[in-house]
Design a protein around this ligand. Structure first.
Ligand code: PMP
Length: 426
C-alpha cells in the first residue's frame, strides 16, 4: 500500500490520540535511513526518539532476534524462566551505577519501568510521597502522567491524577531557574508539601529529555543525593532517554559520580524491541513480595536477546566513544549556527544528547515555538526527521543513531542548515 492509502486507513481506524500527524509510513529502515511506502528516502535524526543508538536494524541485533525466534518466542518468565532474562539482569547489575549490589526487574516500556520504580520505593520505605521536577517526563500511564512536570498534552483530558506526587523546580539557568533556586524549591516542597518523613523517592532525569535537553550540574545532583540521605529518601534516576550510551557514558548520571538507589532505563536497550528495566539496590528491589513485579510479557526472550546483542555492539563498536565524538561534531556545527543565525541560541550537548533553542530574541531568550515547528516541517519536506521538545516547544533535539555514517550525518546537517537559511529571521 502507498502513503495515501495508508493515511486513509489511519484516519478511519486509528484513535486520534494514537495517530501520527506524519503522513509518510515507514516501510524499510537501515541505520540512519528510512524508506517510506512511496519509496522516499528519509534521514532519521530522531533515532525513533532516542531508541536507536546502534541504528535501525543493526545486523548483530537482527541476527540475535532471529536466533531467539528459532528457540523460544515467549513464556511468562514468572511461570517458566529463561536464560535471556537472568543474563540481562546479570549484565545490568554489573553495568549500572546504583549504590552497592544491584538487582533487576524487566518491563516493556519506560512508563512501566517508572511505575515499578515507584512501587519498589514505596515498598522499601513504607512511605507514599514522590517528588518530581518541572519539565520532567516519565510516561503516559496514570502514575507517570501525575509525575510529569509537563501536563499538556499528556494529562489534559483524563480526569483526576493519582495523588502523593509533588513537584520541585528543575535547574535551568537559561530560563531563569538557577541551581540555588532549584535547591531551595526542592527544600521548600519537602518542608511545606511532601514532608520528608512521608517521602519515598525523589525522581529525577539527569538530563531533561522531553523537557528540553537541559543537564543538571554535578553539584545539583550531589546536593539532591545529600537531601535524600539526610531524610532516608530514595533517589530514582530516570535514564529512559539519557541512558544507554546517549551521553557518551552508559548512563548520564555517571558524569557526576552520584550513585542513585534506583535507575530506570528503556529506549535504546534493545534497538527498538520493547523492553525496559528497573535496577536498584538489593534491599530496595527485594522489598516487595513474590509475584508483585512484572507481567505477562515483561522482559520477553526476544527483547532480552536483542538487549544482550546491543551490549555486545557497544563493546565491539566502541559506541560510548563514538557518542562522545558525534556530540563534539554536533557541538561544532551548532556553534557555527549560533553565530550565523539570529534564531539559534543556547547550543548544548552532553555526548550525543545534543540540542539548541530556537528563539525570537537572543538577548531575552524568547522562545519561538512557531519557528521551531516550521523548521521541523520544512526538514521533513526535504527528507529529514527532526524533532522538537522543551517546556516552551522551542528546542530542536538531535538523536540520530550514534552509528550514523559521516556522509549521511553531513547530508542531514546540511538540510538543517538550509532550513535555517530559508526560515530564520534576520
Ligand atoms: N522517561 C523518560 C525520561 C522518557 O523520555 C520517556 C519517553 N519519552 C519515558 C520515561 C516513557 O517511556 P515510554 O514512552 O517507553 O513509556
Amino acid at each position: 500500500m502507498n502513503n495515501a492509502q495508508l493515511n486513509e486507513l489511519k484516519t478511519r481506524y486509528v484513535a486520534s490520540g494514537a495517530a501520527s500527524p506524519a503522513t509518510q509510513f515507514a516501510e524499510r529502515a537501515e541505520n540512519a535511513l528510512i524508506w517510506d511506502a512511496d519509496g522516499n528516502r528519509i534521514i532519521d535524526f530522531a533515532g525513533g526518539i532516542g531508541v536507536l543508538n546502534v541504528g535501525h536494524r543493526h545486523p548483530k541485533v537482527v541476527q540475535a532476534v532471529k536466533d531467539q525466534l528459532d528457540k523460544v518466542m515467549h513464556t511468562c518468565q514468572t511461570v517458566m524462566p529463561y536464560e535471556g532474562y537472568v543474563k540481562v539482569a546479570e549484565k545490568l547489575s554489573q553495568l549500572t551505577p546504583v549504590r552497592g549490589h544491584g538487582k533487576v526487574m524487566l518491563a516493556n516500556s519506560g512508563a512501566e519501568a517508572l511505575e515499578n520504580a515507584v512501587k519498589v520505593a514505596r515498598a522499601a520505605t513504607g512511605r507514599d510521597n514522590v517528588i518530581c521536577f518541572t519539565g520532567g517526563y516519565h510516561g503516559r500511564t496514570f502514575m507517570t502522567m501525575a509525575m510529569n512536570g509537563k501536563v499538556a498534552p499528556y494529562a489534559t483530558d483524563f480526569g483526576s491524577m493519582p495523588g502523593n506526587v509533588f513537584r520541585a523546580p528543575y535547574p535551568v539557568p537559561y530560563h531563569g531557574v538557577s541551581e540555588e533556586d532549584a535547591l531551595n524549591g526542592l527544600k521548600m516542597t519537602l518542608k511545606t508539601d511532601a514532608n520528608p518523613r512521608d517521602t519515598a523517592a525523589i525522581v529525577l532525569e539527569p538530563v531533561l529529555g522531553e523537557g528540553g535537553f537541559y543537564a543538571a550540574s554535578t553539584s545539583f545532583l550531589e546536593a539532591v543525593r545529600e537531601i535524600c540521605d539526610e531524610h532516608g529518601i530514595l533517589l530514582i534516576v530516570d535514564e529512559v532517554q539519557s541512558g544507554f550510551g546517549r551521553t557518551g557514558k552508559l548512563f548520564a548520571i555517571e558524569h557526576s559520580g552520584v550513585e542513585p538507589d534506583i535507575i530506570t532505563m528503556a529506549k535504546s536497550m534493545a534497538d527498538g524491541m520493547p523492553i525496559s528495566a528497573v535496577v536498584g539496590t538489593d534491599k530496595v528491589m527485594d522489598a516487595s513480595g513474590g509475584n508483585s513485579l512484572g507481567g505477562t510479557y515483561t522482559g520477553s526472550p526476544v527483547s532480552c536477546a536483542a538487549t544482550l546483542a546491543v551490549l555486545e555492539v557497544f563493546e565491539e563498536e566502541k559506541i560510548l566513544e563514538k557518542s562522545q565524538a558525534l556530540g563534539d561534531k554536533l557541538g561544532e556545527r551548532f556553534a557555527k549556527w549560533q553565530q550565523d543565525f539570529a534564531c539559534v541560541d543556547n547550543v548544548r550537548h552532553l555526548g550525543a544528547m545534543a540540542a539548541f533553542d530556537v528563539v525570537a530574541d537572543k538577548a531575552k531568550h524568547t522562545p519561538d515555538a512557531e519557528l521551531t515547528g516550521a523548521l521541523c516541517k520544512k526538514a521533513r519536506e526535504k527528507g529529514l526527521i527532526l524533532l522538537s521538545c522543551g517546556l516552551y516547544g522551542n528546542t530542536l533535539r538531535f538523536l540520530m543513531p550514534v552509528t550514523i555514517e559521516d556522509e549521511i550525518l553531513e547530508e542531514g546537517l546540511d538540510i538543517v542548515e538550509t532550513c535555517l537559511k530559508e526560515l530564520s529571521h534576520a
